[in-house]
Ligand binder design. Sequence first.
Ligand SMILES: Cc1cc2nc3c(=O)[nH]c(=O)nc-3n(C[C@H](O)[C@H](O)[C@H](O)COP(=O)(O)O)c2cc1C
Length: 309
Amino acid sequence: MALCTTIAIDSTLCNGCGLCAAVCPYGVLAPGEDGLSRHDGRDCFLCDHCRAVCPAGAISIEGHGSCLGLHTVAEKAQGPLPGPSLVAETVALMRQRRSCRNYRPEPVPLVILEDLARIGTTAPSGTNCQGWSFTILPERADLLRFGGLCAEFFRRLNTLAASPPLRLWSRLFGGDALGRYHRNHRQSVIEALDHWDRDGRDLLFHGAAAAILVAARRDSSCPGEDAMLATANILLSAEAMGLGSCLIGFATEAIRHSPKIRASLQLPSEEDVHAVIALGYPAIRFARPAARRPVQPRVLRLAGEERPG
Ligand SMILES: Cc1cc2nc3c(=O)[nH]c(=O)nc-3n(C[C@H](O)[C@H](O)[C@H](O)COP(=O)(O)O)c2cc1C
């Protein structure tokens, strides 16, 4: 947890409205005798709500910028007003984003990939840890090198998964991970590796021009959730930028289990990769938005006292 001394309230600007205290999840802000906001000196997790809500601009937080520092996107000081047209646009963007498996060969400028990583940081994170990191592979040649290492990993895994005694061992001690891989993926991976060797067809990254690896520090409150929420924001923004994207779970798994791949990607030992996002300009545009199986949410109303005990 960060120290609250990094929150500064300018008493010449504070108008005593109390909004900062009202939004503070830790309750460390309160009006002083003069009615102006004071920090009580306790630690907080620097969520930035107080600075963001203050109508007088009286609060600053050391080390926090007021914008993301994007180079390819004009940042707005105010978001759009909530309402039906914003909902319609948002849902349309979400439905328009599909996993892209057909890319044009041109590269994605590094400055765009860097902006996407910055946009990822708009996601929520457990106790505002923001323990994520973003590794950009902007060159297709590096995706091919990375893909070669993944191919090596999956060849070895295929040999292991072909062994019934090892699958039995995995079922008894390893939660059946090897058996599940054998049943669900081994054959398609054999075919993909065959293509990779025979005609250079890239069924791992689908010919994407670049990738962003989203990792998180293991000591964060919720590393997996934080990384995947940042990933979702990157996927949606990539769609809005006219880029195609696809999560590559096979590459994430290969990184997770191969020290050699981790080393080649120069990943810090305290981080785990939770998502590999392939990116590039789409060669094909979908004519219709995503269709999904209908979902019926369960609606619950609990009987009994409002506050038991
Ligand atoms: C965690 C995760 C891992 C995925 N891994 C792969 C992958 O390795 N290769 C691939 O082509 N698609 C991968 N996908 C994409 C899914 O197949 C895709 O999201 C799903 O079919 C729904 O299609 P849509 O994304 O176009 O809506 C992955 C998706 C998720 C969420």
